[in-house]
Design a protein around this ligand. Structure first.
Ligand SMILES: N[C@@H](CCC[C@H](N)C(=O)O)C(=O)O
Length: 278
């Protein structure tokens, strides 16, 4: 990414199906590293740039690069599918290639460009519970459930509820309660999905550390895995999210996820603004 500016800190703003990201390349030896305070300040949609996640590009000996992910509240995330696709799009253009490998906290992942879409292999799911023993007001009848929720790890935690109508879920109410349930000591991302065809789901998401977002790639993967294990779908599923459509294919070599990516703008954080970040 050739956007660094010695006077400030260069960044790229992108989104994938409305899941929006700031991307900072700190591979240069003199580059300022991302800290929780910088992520929080930059994630502020009024006083910073605003994003669902910040992706930091780091050097890696065994891969084309390494990615670290930060939520808007300054917490770190082990995985981010849509940001992985956005960064892969930039890096493939820079490297003049259609495939690459990148290291993450959960291990080595791979991405490919096929036609105009970027596909990422999010690795194998970590199956925690097919039915989470969640004692919650979700059982009161206000939100009818199709079975208990499933807990699936995609390098980050997801709690997936199957409901008759995902549109009817008040995400702002249920999301934070489940995110902070004591059953999830590291908090969790929360997905609500309903089956709309044998190979299609409507899904909405509350993200750990970011709140309601328009899409979530790892959440789409977790939901597709849970839907297949529950016998609702095959291994290939299309998911309609608030911000667009993602496709997931759970193959032998891992869970592949694809969808659109868009570059919004490039910018430079001013040294004066950076000074205010403590
Ligand atoms: N938007 C992401 C997931 C982001 C990480 C999440 N909020 C966490 O804390 O695990 C995606 O596209 O996967």
């Amino acid at each position: 990414m050739k956007h660094q500016n010695p006077a400030g800190l260069g960044f790229v703003k992108m989104h994938g199906a409305g899941n929006d990201f700031v991307i900072i390349d700190t591979r240069g030896a003199s580059q300022r590293r991302v800290t929780p305070a910088l992520a929080r300040a930059l994630g502020d949609r009024n006083r910073g740039v605003g994003f669902d996640q910040l992706a930091e590009i780091r050097p890696d000996d065994a891969a084309d690069y390494r990615l670290e992910f930060w939520n808007a509240d300054g917490s770190e995330a082990g995985a981010c599918g849509n940001a992985s696709r956005c960064v892969a799009d930039l890096m493939m253009a820079d490297l003049g290639r259609d495939r690459l490998r990148f290291a993450t906290r959960r291990g080595m992942l791979e991405a490919e460009r096929r036609e105009d879409q970027v596909h990422v292999n999010m690795g194998h799911p970590q199956l925690q519970w097919d039915e989470v023993p969640l004692a919650h007001e979700t059982d009161t009848g206000r939100l009818p459930l199709d079975g208990g929720p499933a807990a699936v790890g995609m390098g980050n935690p997801h709690c997936v509820f199957f409901v008759p109508d995902a549109e009817a879920v008040v995400l702002e109410e249920l999301g934070p309660r489940i995110e902070h349930d004591p059953l999830f000591p590291e908090r969790t991302n929360v997905e609500f999905a309903s089956l709309t065809a044998t190979d299609r789901l409507r899904m909405r998401v509350w993200e750990r550390g970011a709140g309601v977002t328009l899409a979530c790639g790892s959440g789409a993967c977790a939901t597709a895995v849970a839907a297949h294990r529950r016998g609702l779908t095959g291994r290939k599923v299309v998911l309609d999210l608030d911000g667009g459509t993602l496709a997931v294919d759970w193959r032998e070599d891992g869970v592949w996820m694809t969808g659109p990516v868009a570059l919004v703008f490039k910018g430079v954080l001013s040294p004066d603004w950076l000074e205010t970040v403590r």
